[in-house]
Design a protein around this ligand. Structure first.
Ligand code: 5GP
Length: 208
């Protein structure tokens, strides 16, 4: 689905410069969402978290339009056909689709920040092609045991989903070296700090 959509305006303006895109991937259970939320608050570089569209059902703790735009299959398909996605993928063989909305990138541009995408590996590879200057970060968990533990203590998924996510995580790890930066999430504070350092140095480079 993704590839045919790539009538890309990789040069959505950001002031006088192209929009800077930041992509973070890593297995769910790697503490990704905590890190994402902390980065948005703590990063001195203004990050605008992109709100993806998805066909997966809303969870009780989620809000439509804040966590995701929750769409029906038909709505998602229509948006895809209209070229509304920068990338979209069926994630974790779940049967559910997720996509980065082109309109969200425009929002980042309008708000004068960097577009911050938290997406799966397949989506990230597609974004890397379209935005070769994207800052791409792969978040690793210290070990598979720790990762499995985190998935279980979260308690939101069935055993079947947990097993599927473990499989996907193993597969995704094979792509870690396609990312510019790999950060191990053995210590949350250190991981956040490490990513902020990357962002700050990239901002300094782009201002030089
Ligand atoms: P969850 O259903 O737990 O919110 O998210 C499942 C996975 O979907 C996450 O690992 C996340 O990286 C991925 N995801 C979220 N939004 C997007 C998106 O717009 N595009 C792609 N390719 N993956 C996404």
């Amino acid at each position: 689905m993704t590839d045919h959509l790539a009538t890309v305006d990789a040069s959505i303006p950001y002031g006088k410069r192209p929009l800077q895109v930041v992509v973070l991937s890593g297995p769910s259970g790697s503490g990704k969402s905590t890190i994402v939320n902390r980065l948005v608050v703590e990063s001195p570089v203004k990050l605008i978290k992109m709100i993806s569209a998805t066909t997966r059902p809303i969870r009780t703790n989620e809000t439509d339009g804040e966590d995701y735009y929750f769409l029906t299959n038909e709505e998602f398909q229509r948006k895809s056909e209209d070229g509304g996605f920068v990338e979209c993928e069926e994630v974790h063989s779940s049967g559910f689709w997720y996509g980065t909305l082109r309109s969200e990138l425009h929002r980042a541009s309008d708000e004068g920040g960097w577009a911050f995408l938290e997406i799966d590996v397949k989506g990230a590879l597609s974004v890397m092609e379209q935005y070769p200057d994207a800052i791409t970060i792969f978040l690793k968990t210290p070990s598979e045991d720790v990762f499995e533990n985190r998935l279980r203590t979260r308690g939101t998924e069935s055993e079947e989903v947990i097993q599927r996510r473990l499989r996907t995580a193993r597969e995704e790890l094979n792509f870690a070296d396609r990312y510019r930066y790999q950060v191990c999430n053995d210590d949350l504070d250190r991981a956040v700090e490490e990513i902020i350092e990357v962002l700050v140095s990239r901002e300094a480079e782009s201002n030089a």
